[in-house]
Design a protein around this ligand. Structure first.
Ligand SMILES: Nc1ncnc2c1ncn2[C@@H]1O[C@H](COP(=O)(O)OP(=O)(O)OP(=O)(O)O)[C@@H](O)[C@H]1O
Ligand SMILES: [Mg+2]
Length: 276
């Protein structure tokens, strides 16, 4: 029998929506677009979504990428927007429980009370959404909003001072954690977000110069001998990784780098909710 309740981690990024629960992990493109009738209809791909939410229809995922005339990837600072709500609702429809204990993400620089409370108010409650003709009703019992980038700490909980660099589509997040025995701290003064400097925000293909820029900024605070964990989709780009290694020799790409925020958030969520 399907599980009825559980912790649901959703890293709803500008480019990809990554989810991790006790029983599954997955990702799909976050892109959304207007619904339109098509004359040529292809067999459906795994992440082709036709969505009906609050009386409106949308295309989402791989379907919006190819078929929407206005495929949108929201680059607003705040995640208090329908675009991000839809990513969460589609995820819950596809992979969620009847009752969900949600943990979701914002960039480090947006991890403040107004944003966290705003997101919580938008999402807590009972919801109904139709995806590809199938209606599901579920509740979001509670919402915890975690900081992107440093959430990856919870995967290995590394000792000492550790740096995390999260290269995404909208943002580049940089974070610092300090673990001494059982005490763990985020170091706020050595963490933050380069807003609008993500790979799609800048539309760059000059990957080495992109890495030079990021490393140049970080060297104001970080040392070349620091242990740096790379995550986010940009960690899959070898030109970026190799260039960053010239500045930070102890750079390591995390396993499943694009899913690392969601995985770390799931492990954190399990702790704060006290359940799986
Ligand atoms: N296989 C790959 N090779 C090279 N680059 C890749 C690969 N997969 C993804 N990327 C890059 O990663 C980017 C997306 O990264 P990611 O999924 O971490 O973004 P996001 O979390 O949605 O964005 P943000 O956190 O900024 O909202 C893409 O824009 C692309 O440039
Ligand atoms: Mg991201």
């Amino acid at each position: 029998m399907a599980e009825k309740a559980g912790v649901f981690s959703c890293d709803n990024g500008g480019h990809s929506t990554c989810i991790v629960t006790a029983k599954s992990f997955s990702q799909f493109p976050s892109v959304k677009g207007e619904f339109r009738e098509r004359t040529l209809v292809n067999p459906s791909g795994t992440h082709d979504y036709i969505v009906e939410f609050k009386g409106r229809r949308y295309m989402a995922g791989t379907l919006a990428q190819t078929e929407s005339r206005f495929p949108m990837q929201m680059h607003s600072r705040s995640k208090q927007h329908l675009f991000f709500d839809l990513s969460t609702m589609i995820s819950l429809h596809q992979f969620g429980y009847d009752k969900n204990y949600l943990i979701t993400s914002v960039p480090i620089s947006m991890h403040h009370e107004e944003e966290k409370e705003g997101i919580r108010k938008r999402l807590v409650g009972e919801w109904s959404i139709i995806v590809n003709g199938i209606e599901r009703t579920f509740t979001i019992e509670d919402v915890k909003v975690a900081p992107e980038t440093v959430s990856a700490f919870w995967i290995h909980e590394p000792e000492g001072k550790t740096r995390f660099l999260d290269i995404g589509s909208r943002t580049v997040g940089y974070g610092t954690t300090l673990k001494e025995g059982s005490v763990m701290k985020y170091i706020d003064s050595e963490s933050g977000t380069f807003m609008g400097k993500g790979l799609e925000a800048t539309e760059t293909t000059n990957y080495e110069e992109f890495a030079d820029f990021i490393a140049g900024k970080l060297l104001a605070q970080w040392d070349e001998n620091d242990k740096v964990y790379l995550l986010g989709g940009g960690a899959k780009n070898k030109l970026i990784v190799n260039q960053l290694k010239k500045y930070f020799k102890k750079t390591e790409v995390m396993e499943n780098a694009q899913l690392a925020n969601a995985k770390g958030m799931y492990l954190l969520g399990r702790n704060v909710y006290g359940r799986a």
